[in-house]
Design a protein around this ligand. Sequence first.
Ligand code: HEC
Ligand code: HEC
Ligand code: HEC
Ligand code: HEC
Ligand code: HEC
Ligand code: HEC
Ligand code: HEC
Ligand code: HEC
Ligand code: HEC
Length: 367
Amino acid sequence: MERCPPWISALIGSLALLLALSESATAQQPEAGMDNAACLACHSNPSITYQFPSGEVWPLTIDPASFDASVHGQKGVRCTACHTDITGYPHPPLTVASRRYYELEHYKSCERCHPQVYRETLDSVHARQIAAGNWAAAICTDCHDPHRAPTQPPRLEIPVTCSKCHAAIYNEYRESVHGKALIEADNLDVPTCTDCHGVHTQEDPRTTRFRLNSPKLCATCHADPDKMAQYGLSADVFDTYVADFHGTTVVLFERQSPDLPTNKPVCYDCHGVHNMKSAKDPDSQVYRDNLLKTCQRCHPDASANFSSSWLSHYRPDARRFPLVFFVDLFYKIFIPAVIGFMGLYVVLDFSGRVTRRWRRRSSEEAE
Ligand code: HEC
Ligand code: HEC
Ligand code: HEC
Ligand code: HEC
Ligand code: HEC
Ligand code: HEC
Ligand code: HEC
Ligand code: HEC
Ligand code: HEC
């Protein structure tokens, strides 16, 4: 056991007790047990550590100023409200073998005051991983330091919070059109990790259900004309996608059989996921020179001019796709006209026959 030598503990203990007694004269809270100042008398010490039998050293310093600035500090939450097993010093002997084990045992203390959020997390990918024995997956205290301000990561800090464990994805995101805007320009209009994955309810993003629903996720921003106008981007991308040979199927599946996989592309098959770039960026998967390669992933036989069949993000107009536009126009006028004339012909013909027969019959009756 590598605990503090007993005489140091005793010394610290009596000092803390003195401090606690002097504090308790002015303390407002009548609750039993030590108040925060008494705990911090030892735990503000910058060199206080504990060494596990494995040799792992655990720093036990809590910075009082940062704790006071945290939401819990501000609301007067006591150390012992979370550390219910500790009432004074010496503490109950430590039975866990590592810091991670301790954290996994103690984050459940959050449930008492945040039962709603706690329940939400139970079905998330992280909770499932923990349940399956993957201790590296995120628990409350990985995203919310219980002793530090800010307790809750502000929106701009969310990718950094996730990056602790998803560094490779963070590095891609940082270079993407969305991530660059958030990280370099503090732009809050672009999606951060939790807009696409959820905050406490993260589901597995590789399920069919997630995939089929994803165009709608992009549409929450990309079909919003006011938002897109600020960036000079078309707000038609969703509607035109749904109208084309790829999107029609995806949306139909999403409505009718959300668990049936489809081989048709969703937005991120063409644009990329965490590395998505502006369509004008030569690194974009949809940049003119790279487009054929992107189509060839599913149309392996596509030849050089295949990608020019792509026009689904545009509503054809006389300037951009004159042929498509005029063919479209031709059909729009020609087909209704033909059907109209046919209808009129049938009606006229029918009423002609009826009147002729009626006249014939009335002249027969008159005879
Ligand atoms: C006399 C100094 C002292 C005081 C007062 C003290 N601690 Fe500790 N604390 C320690 C030391 C030393 C350790 C290292 C492990 C050990 O010796 O038990 C520790 C360990 C801990 C740990 C690590 C895990 C564990 O359960 O041992 C927590 C959590 C903790 N203290 C919280 C508190 C809280 C909360 C209070 C106030 C109610 C408090 N401490 C008061 C000295 C103190
Ligand atoms: C909102 C709940 C909560 C409050 C309030 C709280 N703690 Fe903790 N504390 C935890 C949890 C959960 C852990 C274990 C997970 C972790 O360390 O992230 C922990 C870990 C610790 C540790 C181990 C070292 C470390 O950083 O992991 C010490 C020491 C400690 N707390 C002391 C204190 C003291 C002293 C106070 C009061 C000033 C306090 N705690 C207030 C929840 C809390
Ligand atoms: C003893 C009750 C208590 C416990 C236990 C507790 N909290 Fe809190 N927490 C509060 C209070 C009170 C607030 C202030 C906001 C409010 O009124 O909801 C708060 C606020 C928060 C916030 C910020 C919410 C915001 O709107 O800014 C986060 C994040 C948070 N707690 C996380 C945790 C985590 C993580 C744990 C477990 C380590 C935990 N809490 C345990 C009482 C508690
Ligand atoms: C993977 C990271 C992550 C985990 C794990 C996590 N949170 Fe959060 N939590 C966040 C983020 C990010 C926000 C801020 C959301 C926002 O800005 O919209 C947040 C917000 C909160 C809030 C304030 C808003 C609200 O919804 O009430 C509380 C309270 C909270 N979390 C508590 C918890 C508790 C308790 C746990 C564990 C049961 C937990 N969180 C697990 C990332 C996480
Ligand atoms: C403490 C580490 C940690 C933190 C912090 C963390 N994660 Fe995770 N996350 C994991 C681990 C471990 C897995 C299990 C799969 C793996 O190893 O990639 C996982 C899985 C996921 C998955 C499912 C991927 C799959 O392969 O099933 C998503 C989505 C995810 N995390 C999103 C997030 C987001 C968003 C944040 C930030 C709000 C975040 N994570 C923060 C550790 C973490
Ligand atoms: C614009 C929406 C969007 C944003 C923003 C986003 N993701 Fe994803 N993420 C997705 C999609 C879609 C998938 C599924 C891709 C697939 O099918 O392979 C995914 C997959 C994942 C996975 C699991 C698959 C893998 O590659 O390991 C993790 C983990 C993950 N994202 C974490 C993050 C983190 C962390 C951030 C922030 C830095 C983030 N995501 C930002 C949409 C997004
Ligand atoms: C929270 C809102 C939001 C969500 C959700 C979102 N985006 Fe974006 N996206 C934006 C904004 C805002 C921009 C413009 C950023 C800039 O130019 O600085 C943008 C830019 C883009 C661009 C670059 C356009 C160009 O050529 O400049 C593409 C491509 C893109 N998004 C695709 C997607 C896809 C695919 C999804 C879904 C997987 C998605 N976005 C989800 C807000 C969003
Ligand atoms: C089959 C591949 C493919 C699919 C699927 C696809 N896109 Fe595109 N997207 C492109 C190409 C190619 C461009 C560049 C040329 C153009 O605008 O048509 C583009 C351009 C864009 C732009 C830039 C528009 C502008 O005004 O400059 C945005 C934003 C965008 N797509 C978003 C989306 C969203 C959101 C979805 C899903 C609803 C989606 N894309 C589906 C291939 C695709
Ligand atoms: C994720 C896979 C995927 C990607 C990427 C993809 N497609 Fe498709 N596409 C399909 C599938 C599947 C069909 C339906 C084929 C069928 O029914 O025979 C299809 C059908 C088509 C059709 C209708 C005619 C036909 O061959 O049946 C055209 C045109 C087309 N795609 C063009 C493109 C273009 C241009 C690109 C690149 C910008 C592209 N596709 C990218 C999967 C994809």
